[in-house]
Design a protein around this ligand. Structure first.
Ligand code: ADP
Ligand code: 5GP
Length: 208
């Protein structure tokens, strides 16, 4: 039976732990597809092109926008970030569940284009802890951290109206399990089960 995959969007303030939680999620739930975004920001130490992001020049990124290759894109802290359309479409049509790690403008656009998407927002246990994590990661200079924190405060105001679920990242393991449970629940939703329901109804009609 052809069942469309569940599209889960994960957002949250920079440094809250999205990447860490998603890594754990993919360890405990193997049957998911992570959409590798494109970006014009510089790679951090240890980030691999094609695994963490597809790192692109502004020209390459703008070309991809013009040719319609992005499902959505946004500017975050002066850099472009975007989700490649074809891979996401292909996986969902094949019944694979897809996870996006994107910021709030992108989440809003995805929800508009695909209202069945499930939107999950990760919260820090406190703002103090968020600052500690962002500084402690040691991947951005003071100016960039300041920019990311003010973006986070803006996002936090807008998130309550947009997202379906909110998860506090106190413990990575708990947060990853909660996302896994949300995806599992969504697989049984009327939306995800449309094709299955249609087929059963057809069989029932043939019997009648
Ligand atoms: P994001 O992807 O949201 O920007 P990261 O996954 O890079 O955030 O996490 C930011 C920092 O916080 C990392 O140093 C990570 O190890 C740490 N971190 C993530 N989750 C937790 C947690 N539950 N408790 C303590 N530290 C955490
Ligand atoms: P970072 O530079 O910390 O990896 O990511 C910065 C922000 O960009 C995060 O909030 C992350 O979720 C978001 N992001 C990553 N990829 C995409 C994308 O493809 N589209 C959008 N809209 N945001 C993205």
């Amino acid at each position: 039976m052809n069942k469309r995959g569940v599209l889960t969007v994960i957002s949250g303030p920079s440094g809250v732990g999205k990447g860490t939680i998603i890594n754990r999620l993919f360890e405990i739930e193997k049957n998911l597809y992570f959409s590798v975004s494109a970006t014009t920001r510089n790679p951090r130490p240890g980030e691999i092109d094609g695994v963490h992001y597809s790192f692109k020049s502004r020209e390459e990124f703008e070309h991809d926008i013009e040719t319609g290759e992005m499902l959505e894109h946004a500017v975050f802290n002066g850099n472009y970030y975007g989700t490649p359309k074809s891979a996401v479409e292909e996986k969902l049509s094949a019944g694979k569940d897809v996870v996006l790690d994107i910021e709030i403008q992108g989440a809003r656009n995805v929800k508009r284009l695909m209202p069945e998407a499930v939107l999950v927002y990760i919260l820090p246990p406190s703002i103090d802890e968020l600052k500690k994590r962002l500084v402690g990661r040691n991947t951005e200079d003071a100016e960039t951290i300041k920019g990311r924190l003010s973006t986070a405060y803006r996002e936090l105001h807008e998130a309550p109206e947009l997202y379906d679920y909110f998860i506090v990242n106190d413990m990575v393991e708990n947060a990853a399990i909660k996302i896994k449970d949300i995806i599992e629940g969504e697989r049984c939703s009327g939306n995800a089960m449309q094709e299955v329901l249609k087929q059963i109804l057809e069989e029932a009609e043939n019997l009648a």
